[in-house]
Write a protein that binds this ligand. Structure first.
Ligand code: M6R
Length: 364
């Protein structure tokens, strides 16, 4: 049932405020002022290192969470692609928590990576959408994301629910490790509780994004740039676009532009820049100017303050509401998804069932 939408993907994009509210309610029950984990939970004061492993979009959720765990909980994090991790057979010392992220909970490489960690890591955690999946069952602690069934092959609501749960887990780690002040914790918690409304406001940009996508659908190649928390999101935006619209898209950390990809810039090249007005904004603006000086077409996704300061000379802009700095990846995932979706619709591709792809990759 597509609930009146043309595609499951559109329905799942639209559902995000509701399912994220649900995920948040499970970990931050109403009236509580701390993160609650199911079962016996985990005490992060006993953990010295976190290893996160996943594939595809779930891997980008891990890359995003690395910033949170390191910055908020001061916990060293290693992130790896499951198919690399499992064959590299990396040394794993005690006091390491190994965390596996998977929507389906059945991805073959992720499951094999989990099994490799059994008996080596102190604790095996998973962040899954399907609670009865193999990955959930074989973990010491499975953290459900409460996204509901996701049918579209391109992961949307599972990604933002994964991010929400990972951010709450990072807040729990910060609390256990004493790296967050009571005030900061409360600021994060109230921002999380307000997130569903902010996401609803973000979804209202659908028509503007459809128009931008119309233009984007004519491109052969698209570059995505982001810094800090926006870098993994740039990777996710590029994956989403290529997966369903078949347009070649690549993502770089903005600071890497000068180290190679700038050679690609010409007047044919749309460059999607994701840059909320945060502490790194000025750096992103200077990268954008480098692109525009070479006639690249910049599509800037930012908030009102960012667009006011950096919007001049851009090709297209998409305005997102203002949100707590830590929450920007969850909010900015929406325009990335909508942009891919409308581009694919404009190209007439099979949005929910893109060629050559399966929803769950249970073979290597
Ligand atoms: O079920 P999983 O989360 O383990 O799946 C991982 C990837 O196969 C998946 O995220 C894939 O990259 C999506 N099609 C991306 O939209």
């Amino acid at each position: 049932d597509k609930a009146g939408h043309k595609h499951y993907m559109a329905k799942e994009i639209a559902e995000q405020p509701t399912v994220i509210a649900e995920a948040i309610r499970h970990y931050l029950p109403v009236g509580e002022d701390a993160v609650h984990l199911p079962g016996d939970g985990i005490d992060f004061s006993k953990i010295e290192r976190l290893t996160m492993v996943a594939c595809g979009t779930a891997f980008y959720a891990c890359l995003t969470a690395k910033y949170w765990f390191e910055q908020i909980a001061r916990l060293p994090v290693e992130v790896d692609i499951a198919s690399e991790f499992r064959y590299r057979e990396p040394p794993i010392s005690g006091k390491t928590a190994a965390l596996f992220v998977s929507q389906s909970g059945e991805t073959a490489d992720t499951l094999a990576a989990l099994r490799y960690c059994e008996g080596k890591a102190d604790k095996i955690l998973s962040v899954v959408n399907v609670p009865e999946s193999s990955i959930a069952r074989e973990s010491d602690l499975a953290l459900p994301i409460h996204a509901g069934v996701e049918i579209g092959v391109a992961s949307t609501k599972a990604f933002t629910c994964q991010l929400s749960v990972l951010l709450m887990l990072a807040l729990k780690a910060a609390t256990d490790r004493g790296t967050i002040s009571a005030e900061d914790l409360q600021a994060h918690i109230s921002a999380l509780r307000g997130l569903p409304n902010v996401l609803t406001a973000g979804l209202e940009q659908n028509d503007t994004i459809r128009q931008a996508a119309q233009k984007l659908s004519e491109a052969r190649d698209v570059l995505f740039l982001g810094r800090g928390l926006m870098f993994p999101l740039a990777l996710e935006g590029a994956l989403k676009l290529k997966e369903i619209s078949y347009i070649h898209a690549e993502a770089y950390a903005s600071g890497e532009l000068k180290h190679g990809p700038i050679a690609l810039i010409d007047k044919q090249m749309p460059v999607v820049v994701m840059a909320p007005k945060d502490g790194l904004f000025d750096k992103s603006v200077s990268n954008m100017q480098e692109v525009m000086a070479r006639k690249g077409k910049v599509l800037l996704i930012s908030d009102a303050a960012g667009l006011k300061e950096g919007g001049d000379g851009t090709w297209e802009t998409i305005q997102m509401p203002q949100v707590h700095d830590s929450l920007t990846p969850i909010l900015y995932a929406l325009p990335a998804q909508m942009l891919a979706y409308h581009t694919a619709v404009a190209k007439g591709t099979d949005v929910d069932q893109p060629r050559n792809l399966a929803k769950s990759v249970t073979v290597e």
